[in-house]
Design a protein around this ligand. Sequence first.
Ligand SMILES: *[C@@H]1O[C@H](CO)[C@@H](O)[C@H](O)[C@H]1NC(C)=O
Ligand SMILES: *[C@@H]1O[C@H](CO)[C@@H](O)[C@H](O)[C@H]1NC(C)=O
Length: 215
Amino acid sequence: MGSLRRLRVLAVVLVLIAAACSESPANAQRPPPGVCAALGSPLIGHDGHIMACSGKNLVAFERNGSTAWIAPLGHTCKEDISPVAEGEEIYLVAEDKVIKITPKKLHTADPPSEVFFSYNSTPGRSEEIIGLATSGVYSSLLVTIRNRGLFSFSLRTGLQWSAGPMLAYFDCRLGCKTNISGCYFISAPVVDQWEETVYLSNTEGKLYSLYIRSG
Ligand SMILES: *[C@@H]1O[C@H](CO)[C@@H](O)[C@H](O)[C@H]1NC(C)=O
Ligand SMILES: *[C@@H]1O[C@H](CO)[C@@H](O)[C@H](O)[C@H]1NC(C)=O
């Protein structure tokens, strides 16, 4: 089942790469140079567009493979992390930032992309963003940062809570039992179907569940 789904996603990506690189007259709106270089992990938006980042752009495709729109990001996106959609906005990872894209603003005076969140990584430490998830119920964006932890942002008011892999239950240390300095969250956050709980794992193979409301 999982591999079938992966194959389907791969097939879609391959079709999209072909479409993005196509020079046939049917594909009248040709993407700018560089867009056909590589497409990142795709997202199917609420409006049915298939979106994938490419270099410094987010490209949205119609179901027939033609390009619906291209939003400039101003930063180089991370192609291995799928964008996420919440309401009318799309969030994706570019360099050490989370960029918010509002497609509605594409043909207005407002810029369609803005930096939603940015951090300064500690020199000498590997602290890149590992993954993203959203919860519509709590209107929040969850971000895992390697060596830092899990961060929950309200989409309107900013940071709500953060959590590290070292949890204590009274005097008992849970998680990170063998090597504290090398222990961190290593997976993207995964939100359950009821949007109550977020799951993620650490470098020691422990699975965590946290309430999205409170961490
Ligand atoms: C692809 O679909 C879009 C939206 O439905 C439509 O506007 C466009 O003409 C179609 N292009 C081709 C080549 O069929
Ligand atoms: C703990 O992890 C750190 C960072 O990965 C590593 O440098 C160190 O050797 C590890 N220590 C032990 C005792 O495994």
